[in-house]
Design a protein. Structure first.
Length: 110
């Protein structure tokens, strides 16, 4: 969101080191949040099953969209791996000014 607001207001990327660090930390922290949510759900459900307030069949979550979620995750993973390969290739051998096509002048002026 911060990036979009900066882009629309100033027409440039966010250059703050803290923003870049937060973006890097967001990946692992999203996994931590996912696991914490799962643990909270399971720990909250267990006393109801243990004390026979809830039947074990009622405690099972029915998730019908799992194949779609896994397929989407797979597509995003493959796409990010291909972009990563491009970035690593550019890191090993950056583009030189001579590698880029020449910029054509307007109206054929030379």
């Amino acid at each position: 969101m911060v990036h979009l607001v900066t882009w629309f207001r100033r027409r440039r990327f966010v250059e703050s080191r803290w923003f870049h660090r937060a973006v890097v930390a967001a990946g692992p922290l999203s996994l931590v949040a996912l696991i914490c949510g799962w643990v909270t759900t399971e720990v909250g459900r267990q006393p109801w099953v243990v004390y026979h307030v809830m039947a074990p069949l009622q405690a099972v979550t029915g998730a019908g969209g799992i194949p779609v979620g896994y397929a989407t995750l797979f597509v995003v993973y493959v796409a990010s791996r291909s972009r990563r390969a491009d970035l690593l290739r550019l890191a090993r051998r950056p583009l030189d000014a001579g590698d880029q096509p020449p910029i054509l002048e307007a109206h054929g002026a030379r």
